[in-house]
Design a protein around this ligand. Structure first.
Ligand code: UD1
Length: 416
């Protein structure tokens, strides 16, 4: 298994181009299942999660050609409506195929995703929502077996779940009549999925607000669409610049998708400059603590919590971090402490007291964002070498992270 070796202590400088958003690309690929004719998606990132979904969709009979960063998806001959456990267990986002399969074919058999390192992550909202649209749902041998012709309905999500909003949005496009989703998630990735579906002929309004209205249509056809830039990758590179007291500009970014994150970064004393699609972050004179509470969008993103914690480990003063989205998303804490961080953990709250310096250590990645946090900590560590094991987690969500950080002046190597 690969490891990433980092010799830290080098301030990062320069420009880095952000890739397409993983969390938009995956539901967009699933949405192509709804189309009777071929679709094209541009700016698709080369990530393990994308390859996993490619396998699931190809297994159903979708023809996929992924060349460069563009993907042609042809779902005209999809003959199988099943997503097997062996692939779904690798990635929860595989569950996105349920809504489009049910919407288009009136049937689907999709493995339950199960738990993961950051919590049990149930799918109850996905399922009650589909039932509200008229689906019959049974759980058989670890699979969700869903069937029925869908009818538009009013449904209020108990919690603004991103995945449930996307699944229901896709299913509702082919339901008969009007669906209103209240307390819907408002993430930019949902707006992106709705934009693609509308290009395919769907009638969706209100995406990006907590009330989404979908007027069902009889068929959806081919469309072309470019994936939005990845706001989490953007934030991670900006944090790497600030945490190493460097000066990093992320190109092709959407600053308005990161408003609450950038506000917090500014509170630490980092200088943030937004010029069109460029975001520059500098902290040549150091930075101070800040308090963070993760929330659904437009609040502070849970997907940037671990990486921000890595930076706050060496801030001046103490920071309080509250994780309000997932029940177990502090997997990075024990590893950061092995590198010399001073963190007290109590339930969903962490108190991070800034220390002068971290030192390199062998550490273990436990999930995607925690592994990015360990890489950042390794970049910050002033002495020793950090060896991050289980880097397959990071390859799920960051494309060639070591090459891109090295281009900014880091000293990182991937070894077998
Ligand atoms: C998506 C993102 C993930 C991000 C998360 C929150 C993708 C592929 N993944 O995950 O990177 O961290 O949003 O921004 O887009 N919940 C329930 N019942 C449900 C569904 C969710 O209780 O039916 C709970 C979850 O356990 C969790 C919270 O709701 O505590 C948020 O989950 P959700 O918004 O659904 O996240 P995902 O869509 O899985």
């Amino acid at each position: 298994m690969d490891k990433i070796l980092i010799r830290g202590g080098h301030p990062l400088h320069g420009k880095v181009f952000v890739r397409g958003a993983k969390n938009a690309a995956l539901p967009l690929m699933a949405a192509a299942l709804l189309s009777e004719t071929p679709c094209v998606l541009h700016n698709i990132p080369c990530l393990h999660d994308v390859f996993t979904l490619d396998k699931i969709l190809s297994g159903m009979g979708m023809r996929i050609d992924f060349t460069g960063r563009s993907m042609n998806l042809d779902a005209s001959d999809v003959a199988c409506q099943e997503a097997p456990y062996d692939l779904v267990r690798r990635m929860r986002a595989s569950f996105f195929v349920l809504g489009p399969l049910l919407g288009r074919f009136g049937k689907a058999r999709v493995s339950l995703p199960g738990g993961c390192a950051i919590g049990t992550r149930p799918v109850d909202i996905h399922l009650t929502g589909l039932e509200a649209l008229g689906a019959s749902i049974a759980i058989e041998d670890g699979y969700v077996v869903a069937s029925g012709r869908l009818k538009g309905a009013d449904f209020t999500l108990d919690y603004p779940s991103v995945g449930a909003t996307e699944n229901l949005l896709m299913a509702a496009c082919r339901a008969e009549g009007v669906t209103r989703l209240s307390n819907a998630a408002r993430e930019p990735e949902i707006v992106d999925v709705a934009a693609f579906l509308n290009r395919m002929g769907a009638q969706i309004s209100g995406a990006g607000t907590d009330l989404i209205t979908v007027v069902g249509v009889d068929a959806l056809g081919g469309a072309e669409h470019s994936v939005i830039p990845d706001r989490i990758e953007t934030g991670t590179f900006l944090l790497a610049g600030v945490a190493t007291h460097g000066d990093v500009t992320v190109q092709n970014a959407h600053a308005d998708h990161l408003a609450s994150f950038l506000k917090k970064l500014r509170e630490t004393g980092a200088e943030i400059e937004v010029t069109g699609t460029h975001i520059r972050a500098r902290a040549v004179n150091g930075f101070r603590s800040t308090d963070i509470t993760t929330q659904p969008y437009p609040g502070f993103p849970t997907d940037l919590q671990a990486q921000t914690m890595a930076m706050l480990c060496v801030a001046e003063g103490a920071s309080v971090i509250r994780e309000m989205v997932f029940e177990n998303r502090f997997m990075q804490v024990a590893e950061l402490m092995r590198m010399g961080a001073d963190i007290d953990l109590d339930g969903n709250t962490a108190v991070v007291r800034g220390v002068k310096a971290l030192s390199g250590a062998p550490v273990m990645a436990s999930d995607l964002r925690a592994s990015a946090a360990l890489v950042l900590a390794g970049l910050v560590a002033e002495k020793g070498e950090t060896a991050v094991a289980r880097v397959y987690h990071i390859d799920r969500g960051y494309e060639r992270i070591e090459e891109r950080l090295n281009a900014l002046g880091a000293d990182i190597q991937r070894v077998r």
